[in-house]
Design a protein around this ligand. Structure first.
Ligand code: TYM
Length: 329
């Protein structure tokens, strides 16, 4: 039997190349080796202010883009978190095992609390416990993620251990899997590429916008004039070349940037052309799926049905180990 793998993505904005290179591409590569479950985690996306009128579309688009990128729903389960109520039920139970101090240490919470000073709610604080419940509900062993989620997966191991020690062995300790691009920086070159910041290229970006965004992107800041030699090793766009250009092009850009034979504009042009080419099939398939929402809904409903069955079974085991619900007197 294959090991179970779980991961998720928030429907909080456009799915971007950071999500793709850091997570989704790896999810697709792992489809054969694991019994895979992927979730559009809408409960996670409500911990910051959002427009409820846009949520349905965001969920649908996130699902469409994941499938469009190659997450074949015939080879995995894809579902929406809020279609399986056990996620929140298990969260409450795990809350009672999680020390406040552990959550206070979470760097993503600290960052988000700073960004959302007027709305530092309990959900934002408790977010890593919900993430732990997501994984443990399906007894997930492997969790492919970007680097920003490492601390959360570590926490899920601690919570699983605590549960097993207190109530009896039930949950595997989930192990993280990182891709070869665990942290893609934003186009500003300063912060992580993120859905909530205007520093990303979406997976369905049109060719003109890709060029516009890249042409404004930060490069090696020490290179002030066209004729100054550049330093690819500190240039964020050179990093992106590594994922979109072929070896000959990468070697050429590396050499000709250092000798100032090419300037940043030429380098960006090569990257833009390659990115447009690489994203074209994803864009085409995703847009086609967005125009067929019923097909996407079918995939998600089928996924949710399978997940509810697994989740119900796990919760029965959890309640039984914990002595919850009056079964017989
Ligand atoms: P989210 O929606 O922020 O991101 C989805 C996945 O993309 C990765 N990622 C990146 N990787 C590399 N470079 C980047 N700039 C970049 N930005 C995002 C993330 O690490 C993630 O793997 N809390 C999670 C979703 C979640 C989850 C889970 C994940 C909920 N429950 C259970 C694993 C298991 C999140 O907000 O991901």
């Amino acid at each position: 039997m294959k090991k179970r793998l779980f991961s998720g993505i928030q429907p909080s904005g456009d799915v971007h190349i950071g999500n793709y290179l850091g997570a989704i591409k790896n999810w697709i590569a792992l489809l054969n080796d694991y019994d895979c479950i992927f979730s559009i985690v809408d409960y996670h996306a409500i911990t910051v202010e959002y427009d409820p009128g846009l949520m349905q579309k965001r969920i649908l688009n996130a699902a469409a883009v994941n499938i469009g990128a190659g997450l074949d729903p015939d080879r995995c389960i894809l579902f929406v978190q809020s279609q399986v109520p056990e996620h929140t039920e298990l969260t409450w139970i795990l809350n009672s095992l999680t020390p406040m101090g552990l959550l206070e240490r979470m760097t993503q919470y600290k960052d988000k609390a700073k960004q959302n000073e007027k709305n530092v709610n309990v959900g934002l604080f408790d977010y890593p416990v919900l993430q732990t419940a997501d994984i443990l509900l399906y007894k997930g062993c492997a969790v492919p993620i970007g680097e920003d989620q490492l601390q959360h997966v570590e926490l899920s191991r601690e919570i699983a251990r605590k549960f097993n020690m207190r109530y009896g062995e039930l949950f595997p300790e989930p192990q993280h899997l990182l891709s070869d691009a665990p942290r893609i920086m934003g186009l500003d070159g300063k912060s992580k590429m993120s859905k909530s910041m205007d520093n990303y290229i979406s997976l369905i970006e049109d060719p003109d916008t890709i060029w516009k965004k890249l042409s404004r992107a930060t490069t090696d800041e020490n290179r002030k004039r066209r004729n100054d030699p550049g330093n690819p090793e500190i240039c964020n766009l050179f990093t992106l070349h590594k994922y979109f250009s072929n070896e000959t092009e990468i070697a050429k850009v590396n050499k000709e940037c250092r000798t100032a034979e090419i300037g940043c504009i030429e380098c960006k042009r090569i990257l833009s052309d390659n990115m447009v080419k690489a994203l074209a099939p994803i864009r085409e398939k995703s847009l086609a799926l967005m125009n067929k929402p019923d097909d996407v809904l079918d995939v998600l409903n089928t996924g949710a049905k399978k997940c509810r069955k697994i989740a119900e079974e796990t919760m029965e085991e959890v309640r039984s180990l914990m002595g919850l619900r009056l079964v017989k007197v």
